[in-house]
Design a protein around this ligand. Structure first.
Ligand SMILES: [Zn+2]
Length: 305
């Protein structure tokens, strides 16, 4: 059976049932007072799908309260379709594609995709390299160079830092203001265990940053050394591969990314990378993880209009 035939993609009640089963594994929880015993599902023709009444505080609620779905009029089954599509496609799905596939307006598709990126966002600090594992760190630049070649204009481009834990196969990337010791040192030390072995290229700023960890190994990209000949574990190819997937996706799918949204796209690519097939997640399981992330993200989302 095609996964797209599943009832929660087509029927709104089935979609609510599905979301409730994931967000309320122990039954409905009142968002106002936390009651989860004395709640009643409201029935009747004029009742909105998914409405419950709390018999403790008398308030009505649905599973949408406090999630990215709140105050959206998009049918829940369309939300589940959008989440699935964004989770299943390695390079992402443009708002234009969502607009055409889901039959919602372009504006609605744009809001949905940014909210889903919020659901995918994970800002928790990491402990990469715990137990002495290898962590690759690297930066990349995005934006037009206009044929200037290498030089001071790099400072005008958007800068991205990515850290990859080779043992857990997890990435964490972020937009950074500058590529220097002052900016990168606190970010890297916050997300890496002290016993980590840091793998980088020979960029100047890593000389100092590398001293914060149990070991620091480098490859010299300047002389086209990408893997150390004596010790082939010394390289930064994993993080560079992450950047290449991100850049190809951004070029192909998201041509018009504004600076203030770049971190949201990074969250999306980090999410798919961290829950990729190689880490033993199916598309459906990845979509379920994203669904768990819808909670508590609503307040951090700034409406653009
Ligand atoms: Zn209540």
């Amino acid at each position: 059976m095609s996964i797209l035939s599943r009832p929660e993609f087509h029927d709104e009640q089935a979609a609510y049932d599905y979301v409730e089963s994931k967000l309320w594994p122990a039954g409905p929880v009142c968002p106002k007072c936390g009651e989860n015993e004395r709640t009643t599902k409201m029935q009747g023709a004029s009742t909105r799908i998914g409405t419950y009444k709390c018999r403790a505080c008398r308030k009505k609620f649905t599973v949408k309260v406090g999630t990215i779905f709140e105050s959206s009029h998009v049918a829940m089954n369309l939300w589940l379709q959008a989440i699935y599509l964004m989770c299943a496609s390695k390079k992402g799905v443009s708002s234009n594609q969502l607009h055409r596939t889901l039959g919602v307006t372009l504006k609605t598709a744009w809001f949905m995709s940014h909210r889903i990126r919020e659901a995918m966002r994970d800002d928790t600090l990491r402990n990469f390299g715990a137990g002495g594992g290898m962590v690759e760190s690297d930066e990349t630049y995005m934006g037009k160079t206009q044929g200037l070649g290498k030089g001071p204009h790099l400072s005008k481009k958007r800068k991205i830092l990515a850290l990859v834990d080779r043992d857990t196969k997890q990435v964490r990337s972020m937009v950074v203001d500058n590529v220097d010791v002052k900016t990168l040192m606190p970010i890297i030390t916050e997300n890496l265990a002290r016993e980590a072995q840091l793998m980088t290229d020979q960029a100047q700023h890593y000389k100092k940053i590398g001293k914060a960890f149990s070991a620091h190994h480098t490859v010299n990209h300047g002389i086209k050394e990408y893997v150390n000949k004596e010790d082939p574990t010394i390289h930064s190819n994993t993080v560079e591969n992450y950047f290449s997937v991100f850049k190809r996706g951004m070029k192909g799918v998201y041509q018009h990314c504004k600076k203030e949204n770049l971190h949201r796209y990074l969250a999306e690519y980090d999410f798919r990378y961290n829950y990729r097939a190689k880490n033993e997640y199916t598309d459906a399981q990845r979509a379920d993880v994203a669904l768990l992330g819808v909670v508590g993200k609503r307040l951090t989302y700034q409406r653009a209009n």
